[in-house]
Design a protein around this ligand. Structure first.
Ligand code: NAD
Length: 361
């Protein structure tokens, strides 16, 4: 089959592409605008493969999307392109409304016109798989064991999660109204190699290695369910190939952990794997600095991933302990990648603090 992957130069999209090239025989087209978050360097291991093609394009560009569908004639669309960082959505929501809502709409329309002109098995087997987040469900009480299921009501808190919620509704409406064969997945926090250093895990690893403060929002008690990105990539390809049209699948790592415990774990692994510290640093833990909490910060996310396990046989292979160790080791071995993807416009400063907006911390 031929896959059209949007956002394939990003963190999760690049893991999906590496998975498709390394573990399947499928062909694929990567459609990416290459924003600050898109890095073709994450694909150097696979980009020479004849089954891989890159299209530098914006999903909001209807003409470009129509051309790409007509030229490449995909069997499956996996839609990952998005503005994805909550803190950036607080500082500048416009890009999130543009790409996540209007971009998804534009892509849906291009896919619908292409699909409506298909015939026979090509039409029956076409799939549009939309990749979304558990943040659309809002948050859960810190205490208790409630989990997000596929039927949990939407209650997004941030401009990011509200824009993703809107895109999920559009995808489901295109299925219900036009019959477009869609699938939706909502996943928990991903971590792993090739993660842009603005997100918690890579930010902590890289700051610690340079002896910089490790900024923990509030008291760090927020709970996230951590999913190793390669487990997620495998789940996504399983859903795209075997999922039931019109269905939603929640994907989680069965790894609930407080943010502060994530940071403590990273410090402990670094003590072991990188004992030679920058001058003046006695213990990595001493670099932890509590900073003002994120406005509207969700308390707890936790996914019930039993449906995808029951119906499609997927389970994560990594525990948080094994996955985070692999991740720290990857950043230690790939310092050059981290240096190159930060092009100077982002220097790991605090984003999304409405009190200090625009100031570096
Ligand atoms: P990312 O920010 O690392 O990558 C996004 C990619 O999309 C980049 O390559 C960027 O260049 C591209 N892109 C952005 N705007 C575009 C546009 N207008 N046209 C074409 N390409 C564009 O994101 P990610 O972490 O890989 O997330 C991928 C998807 O998974 C997103 O839809 C996100 O909402 C969802 N998701 C992510 C997480 C997570 O923990 N990272 C969790 C749940 C859901």
């Amino acid at each position: 089959m031929k896959f059209l992957v949007t956002g394939g130069a990003g963190f999760i999209g690049s893991a999906v592409i590496r998975h498709l090239i390394d573990h399947t025989e499928h062909e694929l087209v990567n459609v990416d605008k290459l924003t600050y978050a898109g890095n073709l360097e994450s694909l150097t291991a696979v980009s020479g493969n004849p089954r891989y093609v890159f299209e530098h394009a914006d999903i909001c560009d209807a003409g470009a999307m129509a051309r790409i569908f007509a030229e490449h004639r995909p069997d499956v669309v996996m839609h990952l392109a998005a503005e994805s960082h909550v803190d950036r959505s607080i500082d500048g929501p416009a890009a999130f409304i543009g790409t996540n809502i209007l971009g998804t709409y534009t892509l849906l329309e291009a896919a619908r016109h292409y699909w409506q002109a298909l015939e026979g098995s090509a039409r029956d087997e076409f799939r549009f798989h939309h990749i979304s987040t558990d943040e659309v469900y809002g948050d859960l009480a810190l205490e208790g064991d409630t989990l997000f299921t596929e039927t949990t009501a939407y209650e997004p808190s941030s401009p990011y999660s509200a824009s993703k919620a809107a895109s999920d509704h559009l995808v489901r409406a295109w299925q219900r109204t036009y019959g477009l064969p869609t699938l939706v997945t909502n996943c928990s926090n991903n971590y792993g190699p090739f993660h842009f250093p603005e997100k918690l895990v890579p930010l902590m690893i890289l700051n610690a290695l340079e002896g910089k403060p490790l900024p923990v929002y509030g008291d760090g008690s927020q709970v996230r369910d951590w999913l190793y990105v390669e487990d997620h990539a495998r789940a996504l390809v399983t859903v795209a190939c075997e999922g039931k049209v019109g269905e939603t699948y929640n994907i989680g790592g069965h790894n609930e952990c407080k943010n502060i415990d994530v940071v403590n774990t990273i410090c402990a692994i670094l003590e072991e794997l990188a004992p030679a510290k920058p001058a003046g640093v006695e213990r990595y833990l001493d670099l932890i600095t509590h900073v003002a909490d994120r406005p509207g910060h969700d308390l707890r996310y936790a996914i019930d991933a039993s449906k995808i396990e029951r119906e499609l046989g997927w389970r994560p292979q990594e525990t948080f302990e094994t996955g985070i160790r692999k991740t720290v080791a990857w950043y230690l071995a790939n310092g050059e990648w981290s240096r190159r993807v930060q092009d100077g416009s982002y220097e790991r400063e605090r984003l999304g603090d409405t009190e200090t907006q625009g100031q570096l911390q």
